[in-house]
Structures are given as C-alpha cells and as structure tokens.
Design a protein around this ligand. Sequence first.
Ligand code: FAD
Ligand code: SIN
Length: 537
Amino acid sequence: MARITTDFLVLGSGIAGLTFAIKTAQAHPDRKILVLTKTDQGESNTRYAQGGVAAVWDHEKDTFLKHVEDTLDAGDGLCKREIVELVVEEGPLRVQEIIEWGARFDKEKGADGNYDLAREGGHSEHRILHYKDLTGWEMQRTLMEEAHRYPNIEILEHYFALDLITQHHLGRMVIRVTPDIECYGCYALNKQNGEIDTILSRATVLCTGGAGQVYKSTTNPVIATGDGIAMTYRAKGRVENMEFVQFHPTSLYSPAGENPSFLVSEAVRGFGGILKTAAGEEFMHLYDERLSLAPRDIVARAIDSEMKKRGTDCMYLDCRHLDKDAFVAHFPTIYDKCLNMGIDPMRDLIPVVPACHYMCGGILVDEHGRSSIHRLYAAGECSSTGLHGANRLASNSLLEAMVFAHRIFEDTRNKIGGWDFRTEVPDWNAEGTTDPGEMVLITQSLKELKEIMSYYVGIVRSNIRLKRALDRLYLLYQETEDLYRSTTISPQLMELRNLITIAYLITRSATHRRESRGLHFTTDYPGQQAFVEFSVL
Ligand code: FAD
Ligand code: SIN
C-alpha cells in the first residue's frame, strides 16, 4: 500500500487529461503532474473519434455566430449560451495548439493547402477538421508524444481510481448539501500488484470520459464505465442532466453483437450517404427537412421508429452513388471494416442501427471547470459544462474537452500553492473482505444491468418503463453493495458498482423530466414544457 503525493492528480489520459497535463507541465516545470489511467494510456474514447473536431476555421463562409446557433439549436433550449459562446470562440485557439504539437488534419488538394472541412448533422457549414476517419487516433497520438516530452508528467498505467478522498475520510460527516467539501486526492488500485494506494494531491482533475457501457449496444470502448461521475456522486458532488444520453444513429449493425459497436461516422452522411429502408426507399423526409443530416436525436429516433414499424433489426445507409476513390480516401477504416463484414459500400447498402454514444450530462462544473467540491475539477465527457444542453452537436466534444482543460489549467495556475496535502488521510481499509468465489455474480449482474437500461431507459421512454427500471436497479444495487462490503476490490466489481450508479442517475433524472426534450423522449409527455430546468442531483 503505497502513499504517493503529487501537486496535480489527473484521472484519465484521453484528450481532456493529457491537454491539461501538457499545459500545466509547460507552465510549472517544478510541479509534479501525475496522470492515472485504468488500462493503457492510449485506450480512451478519444482514440476512437472518427468525424473530427468542429471549429470555425474558414472565416469567409463561417462565423462564430453560426456555430453558436447550431449548437443551441441541437441543444433544444437547455444549452448555457455564455458557455456555448466561449467554447466556440476559444475553440480555434485550442485546435491551433494541438496542430502546433503535431496533429495532422487533412488538407484540400491544390496549391492553397486549406484544411478539408467536413460537415456533419446539425451543422449549417463545413467546419469539421479531421484526419481521414481516424481523427481521435491522431489526436491521442499527438497528445501522448507531447506529454512524454515533459519530465514532470508521470503517467501510471493500469491504475484504477476507486474513490475520491474528502473530509469524510477524516471522520467528518459529509452530505450533499455540506458547503465546503474538499478533495484531497483518491484511492487507486494498482492493477499490477493488487494493492490499493493512497494518492494525495493539491488539486484533482477528473477526465474519466463517458459511460456508454451502461447499455448493451454502444460505440464506447469497454473503459467507458462512468467511474468519475459515480465517484463524484459518492463523494456528494453535484451531477446534472444525466437523462440526456446520446444515441448515435449509425453504428454498423452486427448480427453477432460486437462490443463496442463499430461507428459509421456521421461524416459519411455529410459526404452524401443517404439513409434508406431495406427496399432502398428514403424515409428521413417524414421526420425532418434536413433529412439524413438532421441533428442526432431526430435521426436516431427516426431510425428507431422505422425499425419498430417494420419489425427489422436495422436500417441502411446508401453510399453506392459516391465516388469510390474519394470515399476510400476519406473513410479508409470504415471501408475496410465493411469489407471485412462482407459488405462492399460501393455495391451494398450498409446496415446501421443506433447505439449509445455520448453522455451529455455529468459532473456539474462552472465556466472554469470547477465542480461543487473544492479542489476538484472535471473536463471532457465526464463533465457537464452547459455546452450540450439536451443534445450534443456532432464533433463539439473534442473541442469542449480542449477548451475546458485549458480553462482548468488557468484557474489552478495561481491557486495551487495555497492548497496543502492532508497527510492525516488514512490508508484504505480492506478489513474483513475476501476474494469473490464466483465472478459470475459480477458478470451476470452486468448483463442484467445493460438489459434493463436498453429495454426500459433507451431512445424512447415511458413512466412505466422507468418505474420498472428503478425497481430492478434497486435490487441490483443492494446485491452489489453486499458483494462490495464482503469481497476484495476488483476493477470488474468497481465498474459494475459505478455503472449501477450511472444507471440510477440516468433513470432518476429521466423520471424527473416530465416532458420530451432533446435526447429525452417519453411517450407519456410527448411535448415540451415552457419552463425548462436542469436536472441536478
Ligand atoms: P476519454 O478519451 O474517454 O478518456 C478517459 C480516460 O479516463 C481513459 O484514459 C481511461 O482509462 C481513464 N479512466 C476512466 N476511468 C478511470 C478510473 N477509474 N481510473 C483511472 N483512469 C480512468 N467527439 C467529437 O468531438 N468528434 C468525433 O468525431 C467523435 N467521434 C467519436 C467516435 C466514437 C466511436 C466515440 C466512442 C466517441 C466519439 N466522440 C467524438 C466523443 C469523444 O471522442 C469523447 O467524448 C472524448 O474523446 C472524451 O474525451 P475524454 O478525455 O473526456 O475521455
Ligand atoms: C461521428 O463521426 O459521427 C462522431 C462524431 C461525434 O460523435 O461528434
């Protein structure tokens, strides 16, 4: 059981975590930045991003106002306008920085060498910078290479953060309305030796990503189990807007059910791909005048509704009319994946189905990335900044992560010296726990959890489905807490526990929202209410 101290503790090595670490390392060469990551440093949602990063780049055609309006429109009345403006306006500076660190984005052919700006659903202009269909891979590569240049950044791989340390661990009663909760670091499982270390920090930044694994079908890798959000909720921090779970309309349909589901980027529709039925008929005109390029919530619901009407397992994307060379140049990974599945995108319709993709809600933070717990910040997909409202606009999340990582760096810059270590924090207490005899207790509960969320709290919800979900979740919660109290900690058990918390937060927030808005659609309240509010838990 080691005790480790660090000035800055960063949980997560995706775009949010590494951007913060690099900037802080540059500004404070004398301070230590410790980054924990629960598997390899390159494994993150960031690594799988395809479409790209949205930023106003071509000022002749595009404006900040247009990007702001598109974001507000997708967010369906729940975005915070001041946050949208600052992300849109500061975003291009952050994109420029990652270019300077070495990120390559595709350029147009020809002498000018301007960036090849793509378009995705809900965007009124071409403004998506991308690297083929591997933008996230390129950004993750760049960030890791840049981070390795700084000796004061240490990345600990295969370290699983278990719980945030607050006054609760010093024996004080902490409840959700306690005004001065402070974070002193975290307990983390060193997966290589099975020991639980105490990591004390002056400031802690949560960059733990999304929670897609709470559903059966998701584009998110298996690391996306909502750990940061669940840890914050357990530490009595504020979490909001959890009912707004984004389903991507077009994951590749696989009869065998892959985890994660492979994404067919929205950029394919931006490039001219058209949604169709198995018989080759278009259907999006029945739902929205923007057709296949309507915002995601609308397209995902349209596909879901057509599948239910027809009793089919998928709908289709038609790319047969597109230029093959250009398609392969833009989407080499998607093209190869389809071929490997026996689908030739130039001859066959591509079968697609909605899959859970992005958590719009999360840890409530202000414009500086500060959570409701002092000395605890959050950035990236685990946070809720007010940018996305009830539905995220495509390619806005990589942008948000970079903007808020920078803002947290600025906020902590002059404060860090004033925050001391709390060395009296005790070690983790594992007394009375033994090895779990049967892993099946964990794996079966996880399967049940995913079934509950997929059938009762998916794209279309209703009061009775949400009630059923809550009843069943309560049982799973009790069984898992019993297991937690009596068995040795494992990543599988902690992920299950965290996902049950995430499921509860989604379902409870959905129950509170008695209207349909953005990504939350319920058959009991199909319309919107004039008075809208954030669901803060
Ligand atoms: P992540 O990149 O997910 O990083 C999370 C990190 O936290 C990982 O290092 C993980 O190991 C670590 N972690 C988690 N829990 C723990 C724990 N308990 N202990 C220690 N470490 C932990 N967005 C766009 O803007 N444009 C796109 O084109 C786009 N395409 C996408 C395509 C796919 C297939 C997916 C899944 C998402 C896409 N997104 C896209 C969304 C975007 O990629 C993510 O929202 C963003 O990358 C999240 O970055 P992050 O830094 O917040 O988290
Ligand atoms: C995609 O490429 O369709 C994903 C873009 C995003 O999630 O923002």
